[in-house]
Design a binder for this molecule. Structure first.
Ligand code: SAH
Length: 213
């Protein structure tokens, strides 16, 4: 796989497009400008990698729409050195964006094939997250607490267990709702027992499922 001038040109156009759709965080836009999204899409979808669409990956899952990746990442307000837990590694693209922003990333995937393929692609690009194969509902208690937690699958409810793995002052970004329509929530942990929840509008994700495949 190569990252040609043509890919770079298409990528610049895509980043301009999501900027026009309202993404203002320059650091996020720059990180996405640096990452070849076509490495992460399924065979035959390289051409469409630079359109603002979710696309199929293995195991009936999807790589999130670039606008959505930018939106969730902006809400997370990533600082260099932040210890972040991502649930739903999928293609690994969102992980690459977080790593490009300087995060210390822990990422969990319940589909074995994606757990394996994502690591291969990320390694090829020089990104090294701590990758785990398992049920994200459990989080990673041994490595908690986290500064930030990002859920990239649609959750039916807010997983209490994951809130417990957040630092005080920490932030969770999670799409919550029914199968085909979720609300993007940003939850800020104010103290051990208090949370502030903001609603950032409707999105559609593949479902967050229990157990592992
Ligand atoms: N962040 C990914 C998005 C992939 S779609 C990307 O950039 O490509 C959501 C992913 O969440 C899927 O790969 C799905 O298998 C995974 N997932 C769903 N429920 C999960 C769970 N309980 N634990 C871990 N991963 C889960």
């Amino acid at each position: 796989m190569t990252d040609s001038y043509r890919h770079k040109g298409l990528r610049k156009r895509l980043i301009d497009e999501i900027k026009n759709k309202g993404i203002k965080d320059e650091k996020v836009l720059e990180a996405m400008l640096n990452i070849p999204r076509h490495f992460f899409t399924a065979k035959g979808f390289e051409e469409r990698a630079y359109t603002d669409n979710a696309l199929p990956i293995a195991a009936d899952q999807t790589i999130s729409q670039p606008y959505t990746v930018a939106f969730q990442t902006s809400l997370l307000n990533v600082k260099r050195g932040d210890k972040i837990l991502e649930i739903g590694t999928g293609s690994g693209y969102q992980a690459a964006v977080l790593l490009e922003l300087g995060a210390k990333l822990f990422t969990v995937e319940r589909q074995k094939t994606l757990f394996l393929s994502s690591q291969k692609i990320l390694k090829q690009l020089g990104y090294f997250p701590y990758s785990y194969y398992g049920d994200g509902y459990n989080g990673l208690p041994a490595y908690s607490p986290f500064d930030k937690i990002l859920i990239t699958a649609g959750a039916p409810d807010i997983p209490e267990n994951l809130l417990n793995q957040l630092k005080t002052g920490g932030v969770m970004v999670i799409p919550v709702g029914k199968r085909d329509s979720q609300e993007m929530l940003r939850i800020i942990k104010i103290s051990e027992t208090e949370y502030k929840t903001e609603n950032h509008g409707k999105f559609i994700f593949v479902p967050m499922l229990k157990g592992k495949e």
